[in-house]
Design a protein. Structure first.
Length: 265
């Protein structure tokens, strides 16, 4: 029996800053059948909460690819940040390649090295930001995530470099070709599920998950039932229990029907 669906946000249920009809109707259908829904995203807690409220969802939120779990009123239930000075050492590589860097201190966004690829990030994510010119003005505190934003080819180059040096210390992934996501080692959406089950007191086997990109692989693997879409990367489809016949977002209808089919009495 599936009691909770944990869904990725961007590219899974959110497109061009809106929820398609098939998504809204599907979530309403699940809620009406006593299947709760929550969001797991690489975004910061304040950003995800905005969209969670639009969907009338009230379950705890998985933010920062699993580095933070919080509530709609921003109570922090779990937090696993990257310590200083480790993030500063990694940031040097990003700075040398001209990437914009987003850092998150206590769910407040700091941006340094603004580029055309990420200058609209605060507006797109429905959050405020502090734009920093001098590295000395950045807090010497743990950061929940380090996000590098830039040209896709540069991102590919940098991810190879930093994985070679920091793979045992950091969780390094991408959420899009231009977004390089860096969190503390051991952090992932999948690991967050293991903590999440303690809150509503359900088992992992009673959780379904759905996602579309590389930072969803652990989420799909760790849930009782992992689902992805026909247009997901092959590496993502390889770990899923169910792959929809349609691309996202149209495939979300199949996601809902598959969950309800599994819950048939």
């Amino acid at each position: 029996m599936i009691k909770l669906l944990v869904t990725d946000l961007d590219g899974t249920i959110l497109f061009n800053d809106s929820f398609p009809k098939v998504v809204k109707e599907g979530i309403d259908k699940l809620l009406s059948r006593d299947v709760n829904v929550t969001i797991a995203s690489g975004r910061m807690l304040h950003s995800i909460a905005y969209y969670q409220k639009l969907l009338n969802l009230n379950s705890p939120i998985i933010a920062y690819n699993g580095a933070m779990i919080g509530t709609l009123d921003f109570k922090i239930l779990y937090h696993s940040p990257i310590l200083y000075p480790l993030w500063e050492e990694v940031a040097r590589y990003l700075r040398e390649e001209g990437l914009q860097m987003n850092l998150y201190f206590n769910d407040t966004l700091y941006i340094i090295g603004k580029t055309e690829y990420g200058e609209n990030y605060p507006k797109q994510n429905k959050v405020d930001a502090l734009f920093i010119e001098d590295w000395k003005d950045l807090p010497k505190l743990p950061t929940t995530k380090l996000l590098g934003i830039g040209n896709a080819d540069v991102i590919k180059k940098v991810i190879t470099q930093i994985k070679a040096k920091f793979n045992s210390l950091l969780y390094i992934t991408t959420s899009s070709p231009t977004y390089l996501e860096i969190m503390k080692y051991g952090v992932s959406k999948g690991e967050a599920i293991k903590y999440l089950v303690k809150i509503p007191n359900i088992s992992v086997s009673e959780i379904a998950s759905v996602g579309d990109s590389f930072n969803d692989i652990e989420l799909i693997k760790e849930a009782g039932v992992g689902i992805t879409f026909n247009n997901a990367p092959e590496e993502v489809k390889a770990v899923a229990d169910y792959v929809t016949s349609k691309d996202s977002p149209d495939g979300f209808e199949e996601v809902v029907e598959y969950i309800l089919w599994r819950n048939r009495s």
